[in-house]
Design a binder for this molecule. Structure first.
Ligand code: F6R
Length: 236
C-alpha cells in the first residue's frame, strides 16, 4: 500500500485527480470504475476542469458503474446513477457508448451479468477509484461478503442502511445492492482508495492495521498496487 495523507479534502481530491489523469493519458481505451457517494465530488470537478483546459480527454477511456441500490433508478435522487450522471458523466460530456452502468430497477442477476460481460470484454478494469463505507465496505461489498464472480447481488449491511438517508434525504426500504466484486476490483491495474473527514478516521485506522474479510477495503488496501489517499482529519 502506498499511503498518502494530504492536508485537506481539496488536496486529497487533487492528488486523486492527477493520478487518474496520468492513467487516462497513458492508457487510452482502458476501462475505469469510479465510486459514487460524496467523497469523489472534488476529484470529479478537477478532472472536468482539466478536460476544459484541454489537458485530457475523458472520452478516451471507458467507464463501468461500480454499484447501485436495488430498487432505484436515475429518477431517484441519491441513486448511484443520479450521482454519477450529475457529478461526472453529464458535466464531463461522456458519450453514451463510453459507459455502462447498473440499472437498479432491472433484475439484479441480469444486471450483474451485463456488467460482468462488459468488464470481460474490456479485458478487466484498468483503474478504479473507490470510496470507503463507514463499515469498511467497498462498492456494496459488505463486511463478510465473498462474491466469487466479477459482480454480485448483496444484502445491505445495517450500517449501510443507517447511512442511506444521507443520500436519499429520507429512509427507504432498500435491502439489496448490486456491485462489482472485491475480486474484480483487486484485479484492476491500479487501485485508488479515497477517504476524507473525521467520521472515516476509525475505519481508516482499522484498514491500515489489519487485513480481513470483515473490512472489505482492507483486502484492497494491502495490495502493493493500491494507493490510499486520505486527508489529515481521516488519519489518526
Ligand atoms: C458508492 C459506493 C460506496 C461509497 C462509500 C463511501 O458508489 O460504492 O461504497 O463509496 O459508502 O461513501 P461516501 O463517499 O458518501 O462517504
Amino acid at each position: 500500500m502506498n499511503l498518502i495523507v494530504k492536508k485537506n479534502y481539496i488536496e486529497m481530491s487533487t492528488t486523486a485527480a492527477r493520478t487518474v489523469a496520468d492513467f487516462i493519458i497513458n492508457n487510452p481505451g482502458s476501462l475505469l470504475c469510479f465510486c459514487a457517494g460524496d467523497t469523489p465530488y472534488g476529484m470529479f470537478e478537477q478532472l472536468i476542469e482539466m478536460q476544459k483546459k484541454g489537458l485530457l480527454d475523458l472520452n478516451s477511456v471507458y467507464y463501468v458503474g461500480l454499484d447501485e441500490w436495488v430498487g432505484v433508478g436515475e429518477e431517484t435522487t441519491g441513486s448511484c446513477v443520479q450521482v454519477m450522471n450529475d457529478h461526472f458523466y453529464l458535466p464531463a460530456n461522456i458519450k453514451p457508448e463510453r459507459k455502462l452502468i447498473f440499472n437498479g430497477l432491472n433484475n439484479p442477476q441480469d444486471e450483474c451479468k451485463k456488467i460482468a460481460d462488459y468488464i470481460k470484454r474490456h479485458g478487466g478494469i484498468g483503474l478504479t477509484v473507490l470510496g470507503i463505507g463507514m463499515n469498511g465496505h467497498i462498492g456494496f461489498n459488505e463486511p463478510g461478503t465473498d462474491i466469487s464472480e466479477l459482480c454480485g447481488v448483496v444484502a445491505l449491511d445495517d450500517v449501510t442502511k443507517s447511512v442511506l438517508p444521507k443520500y436519499f434525504g429520507r429512509q427507504l426500504p432498500l435491502t439489496q445492492g448490486v456491485t462489482v466484486s472485491t475480486k474484480a476490483l483487486s484485479e484492476a491495474k491500479q487501485i485508488i482508495l479515497i477517504a476524507s473527514g473525521e467520521k472515516k478516521a476509525a475505519i481508516i485506522k482499522k484498514i491500515i492495521g489489519s487485513k480481513n474479510r470483515d473490512i472489505p477495503a482492507s483486502l484492497l488496501a494491502h495490495l502493493e498496487k493500491t494507493c490510499l489517499i486520505v486527508d489529515r482529519s481521516a488519519y489518526i
